[in-house]
Design a protein around this ligand. Structure first.
Ligand SMILES: Nc1ncnc2c1ncn2[C@@H]1O[C@H](COP(=O)(O)OP(=O)(O)O)[C@@H](O)[C@H]1O
Ligand SMILES: O=P(O)(O)OC[C@H]1O[C@](O)(COP(=O)(O)O)[C@@H](O)[C@@H]1O
Length: 304
């Protein structure tokens, strides 16, 4: 069974504006609400691609209810720990360019943390856990490290999509996959990563630290896949960028939906990249049809 864990879910409030002026009254052209948070997006895209998962994490208040009801309506199993305060609302401004304001999220008590840890301890060998998104400030930065260690000793595979020290500390437990974007990869090494060769160079260093597979996503430039045996580059088709929120999560979802069926890294990388671009080219997360239509247009090249 695949589980996703979103410690800090969100309602993503997308606001479209002709233009935005700081310090003035701005009126929106259109608004949309989506359940968000990285693990939740992974569960939603995998469901569309025909792969089941259970969404875990913390949710609270009317915003938490909205997210859980939305997941139920999409027939996704949700098993969240209830917290007292409202789940956060993240604002995504679309003004020709994208500006994001991600809120800090509700407080989580020690008891609630323990409840989640108890759930993770129940996972069994052969299960897979996706840990995705930021760690709320009321949790220790070692929270992912601890969950990854529990998984490692139980034979549960892990996929980690977060940033900085919280990500680094999981490497020793040999996650199956991590998916930094090129900025996040650069931050790990205090370097600037802007080319495919730089992504391949620094990605390879992560393999040396224990990670088994790395996808470095590079927005409109596509993505780079690195493991012990090969380095692949995926070029993505050109299209009209409608909404890149969730594009990175779609890469993880597309990869896992394919890999858990075929165990073929190259095909999984192609499927992940296609799903990422399909989401970037649509207003919501991609549908199966949108992702499949792009599959043939994603060109994979072996570069190492
Ligand atoms: N402008 C774009 N054109 C085509 N594909 C895109 C575009 N932006 C994002 N994507 C796709 O989405 C993937 C993830 O995007 P990226 O912005 O790197 O991730 P994140 O959301 O994690 O920062 C890319 O690897 C690519 O496949
Ligand atoms: O947990 P964080 O880092 O604040 O990120 C949460 C945000 O990331 C998202 O999951 C989108 O992530 P990506 O664009 O990287 O795929 C949004 O739904 C959510 O608002």
């Amino acid at each position: 069974m695949i589980y996703t864990c979103t410690l800090n879910p969100s309602i993503d409030y997308l606001i479209q504006l002709e233009e935005f002026q700081l310090g003035s009254l701005n009126r929106s052209k259109e608004t949309q609400l989506f359940p968000g948070g990285k693990g939740i997006n992974v569960s939603r895209v995998m469901k569309r691609l025909g792969t089941e998962s259970t969404a875990l994490g913390f949710a609270g208040g009317f915003t938490g209810d909205y997210i859980q009801n939305f997941l139920h309506s999409e027939l996704i199993t949700a098993d969240f720990i209830e917290v007292q305060d409202n789940t956060r609302i993240n604002v995504k401004l679309k003004t020709g360019m994208e500006t994001e304001i991600n809120a800090s999220g509700p407080a989580i008590t020690i008891e609630q943390q323990e409840q989640l840890i108890t759930k993770i301890r129940q996972l069994k060998k052969g299960d897979l856990l996706v840990l995705a998104g930021s760690i709320p400030s009321s949790l220790p930065l070692t929270f992912y490290r601890n969950l990854t260690e529990i998984c490692k000793s139980a034979g549960v595979e892990t996929v980690i999509d977060t940033t900085g020290p919280a990500l680094e500390e999981t490497f020793q437990f040999e996650p199956l996959l991590i998916k930094p974007n090129h900025h996040e990869l650069g931050d790990l090494f205090r370097a600037k990563v802007s080319t495919v060769n730089e992504a391949a160079y620094f990605g390879k260093k992560l393999i040396g630290l224990g990670v088994r597979n790395v996808i470095v996503s590079m927005a409109g430039e596509g993505a780079v896949f690195i493991n012990e045996d090969q380095v692949l580059r995926a070029s993505v088709p050109k299209g009209i960028l409608k909404n890149s929120v969730g594009a990175g999560d779609s890469v993880v979802a597309g990869f896992l939906a394919s890999y858990t069926k075929q165990s073929d890294y190259e095909e999984a990388f192609r499927a992940g990249t296609a799903a990422g671009s399909a989401t970037a080219f649509s207003h919501d997360l991609c549908t199966k049809e949108e992702a499949e239509k792009l599959l043939e247009q994603v060109k994979i090249e072996k570069i190492g």
